[in-house]
Every structure is written in C-alpha cells, then in structure tokens.
Design a protein around this ligand. Structure first.
Ligand SMILES: O=c1[nH]cnc2c1ncn2[C@H]1C[C@H](O)[C@@H](CO)O1
Length: 365
C-alpha cells in the first residue's frame, strides 16, 4: 500500500482513512465558486479567493445558526447549474483522495441544489428545470467519475432538512430510487437549535426508510440536548448519530448507547466553531468517548466553512486529546464497521485497512 501524503507535508495519520460525515455543499472549493460565478455571470461581492474566504468561513466560535448562514453567501452560485453540481462532486473526490481517504460517505440536500420541483425554490433563484432527482443523478455522475479518476470509493447520503419537513418524503424516495447508484442512507440536517423535535414529515420519511431497509443517520445532540439524540434513536431509528456530543449529559442514555455500540460521527473543528462544544479541546466530549471506548469516527463536516482539512482534525485530537497512531487505526476500523456499505464491500474496505495498518483481523479491534 502506497503511503498517503499531501503535496505540502506529511499527514498526522498517513494511512488510508474513512470519513463518514462531510457535507458536499460545505466542501466546495473557493476557486470553483469564483469560477462558476464568472461563467454564469453571477456577481459576488468579492472577486478574490482571500476575500471570498473571509466571507464564507467562520474562524471564531459562533453559533450553529450563524454558521448555517454562511451557505447563503455562495449556494446560489452552484445550485441550479448542471456542470457546477457535477464538478463539485468530482472535485470533492479528488480532495478526499489527496487527504488519504479510502472511503467517504458525502451528504447533501438534493433540494438545496435544485431550482425546480422544490418549494420554496432555495437561495432566491429564479425557477429553472433542475429537479432534486436530477441533482442526485448529477452528483452520482461526478462522484463515480471521481472514483475512477482518483481511485477511492465514494458513496452519498441524502439529507432531509429540519426546517423543511415537506421535502422529507421526496428525500426517502430518492434514497430508494438511487440505492443501487451510490446513495447509501438518509440523514436529517439543519438547525437543531431552532427545530428541536422531528416533525411528522421527517418521522414518516424515516419510517419508510426503516421499512425499505434504507440506512439512517441523524444530526442530533450537536448543539441540542440529549432528548434530540433520544428521539433520533427511539423515533427515527438512527443507526448512527451525527455529532451527538450532548449525549454525555444524560448518563442513562449515554450508557445505553455505549452498550448498543452506537456510532458517533465526531467533527472536532466543526464542534468548536459552531459553538457546539467548549472551545477548549481538552474538555471535548470526544475525550469521554475515547475513555469509554465508544464507537466514533473523525470527520471534517464542512471544511469550506471551517477553512479546514481532515488532517487538521487529526492533528487537533493528537495534540489536545492524546490520540496515538493505534487510536487512529482503531477509530478508522470502527468507522469502516459503521459504514453503510453492503457487507461484502464493507469486508473489502476492512481488509484494505487491515493490510495498510499491518494488522491481522484476529486482533479483535
Ligand atoms: O454541522 C451541521 N449541522 C447541521 N446542519 C448542517 C451542518 N453542516 C451542514 N449542515 C446543513 C447545511 C447544508 O446545506 C445541509 C446539507 O448538506 O446540511
């Protein structure tokens, strides 16, 4: 197995990695936004990468609501443009390959990239002819071309949005339609601080997902209380929890999820900048997860908005939480186990990791 390295310097964990929680629309290149805006004749308030970065990124701990407002700065540039949607998916795979990711599950809301068949039409776009269904096809094309070009594996997760329960049935139908074309699960994203309880629209979609064997993850306990996590597990039947930091505030729930081997998709840099957790990383819930041998993965969430990379997350937990090379191996193996791949492909991914980590499966990790 070739060593994975970036152009500039050695990575903190220079081995194949698994990333399970990253938003496609939070991982667009600044250069691409500028380029597409130029091609489409869309005027932006700025025209340099540095200035656009200042506009789109949060560099100090904010709130989830403030952070979500950053999408307003650039989503209208990409949404409703076939070439741009395909391009961001393709470039995303290239970025992940350079970061040493062997397998990634990338998520997005098809509705938020569409300009037709969606009510209301997002980002103040004028109506066009790109439906959420076509968005999924375009992203699938970009991802599978990326897989071929950059030799890694990429699957997608379709997001329901907390504030738009009327879209959720569509989302699960798209998961069903494209389940053999790279879509592996459904998610519920958006502002948990404003929309704490899952509306009936989301519940119905998740019931349908359960019925049809569509995998399920839910953003919960990121900034919201443990009750949101409880609802995600008990009502929405989540198999993984996006973030889940505030679970530790309810000991009964936390113990139960530990016993059930619930997987937490942890995003350290994100959790600091969205104000989800104490900015002092030594007090991060991940320290507790690690001590209690919880199951978790390390993820970037929205690297565009946090001006970050996967390596920065690895570097952070190494520096402030004492993660070792062995911890990183265990964590990525756990991530592969929690992936939404079919069993055979999961096994192949695990074997790839075992080989790259010089481990034999029987170590029981
Ligand atoms: O960290 C997050 N928490 C909740 N929602 C999020 C987060 N990052 C991105 N999103 C939202 C905004 C995106 O437009 C949407 C789909 O990717 O998901």
């Amino acid at each position: 197995m070739a060593e994975h390295c970036t152009n500039d310097r050695q990575q903190t964990f220079n081995k194949p990695k698994v990333e399970l929680h990253v938003h496609l629309d939070g991982a667009i290149r600044l250069e691409t936004i500028l380029d597409v805006a130029k091609q489409r004749g869309i005027s932006l308030p700025v025209d340099t990468v540095q200035a656009l970065k200042a506009l789109c990124t949060v560099s100090r701990p904010a709130t989830l609501t403030e952070f979500l407002g950053k999408f307003d700065e650039y989503m209208h540039v990409i949404a409703g443009d076939r070439k741009a949607i395909k391009r961001i998916a393709h470039e995303f795979v290239e970025t992940k390959a350079k970061e040493g990711v062997a397998y990634v599950e990338v998520r997005y809301s098809p509705h938020l990239l569409a300009n037709s068949g969606v009510e209301p039409i997002p980002w103040k776009q004028t109506e066009g002819d790109i439906t959420p269904d076509e968005v999924v096809r375009l992203v699938n094309e970009g991802l599978s071309k990326g897989e071929k070009d950059f030799k890694i594996k990429a699957r997608s997760i379709l997001c329901c949005m907390r504030h738009m329960p009327s879209w959720s049935m569509d989302v699960v139908e798209l998961c069903k339609k494209y389940r053999n074309d790279g879509v592996v699960a459904i998610d519920l994203a958006g502002d948990e601080s404003l929309n704490c309880e899952a509306y009936p629209g989301h519940q119905r979609a998740y019931e349908e997902a359960v019925k049809c064997g569509i995998h399920r993850t839910v953003h919960a306990g990121e900034v919201g209380p443990p009750s949101v996590v409880k609802e995600a597990v008990d009502v929405l039947k989540a198999e993984r929890i996006g973030h889940g930091y505030h679970t530790v505030e309810d000991q009964t729930l936390y113990r139960r999820l530990l016993d059930d081997n619930m997987h937490f998709e942890v995003c350290p840099i994100s959790s600091k900048l969205t104000g989800a957790c104490d900015p002092d990383f030594t007090k991060h819930p991940l320290v507790r997860f690690k001590k209690d041998k919880a199951k978790y993965s390390l993820n970037t969430d929205d690297p565009l908005i946090f001006d970050s990379t996967l390596d920065k997350d690895y570097e952070t937990v190494k520096k402030y939480m004492g993660f070792t090379e062995d911890d990183f191996k265990t964590m990525n193996i756990n991530a592969a186990h929690a992936s939404f791949l079919p069993e055979k492909e999961k096994k192949d991914l695990l074997n790839l990791l075992y080989e790259a980590y010089n481990m034999v499966e029987s170590t029981g990790l």
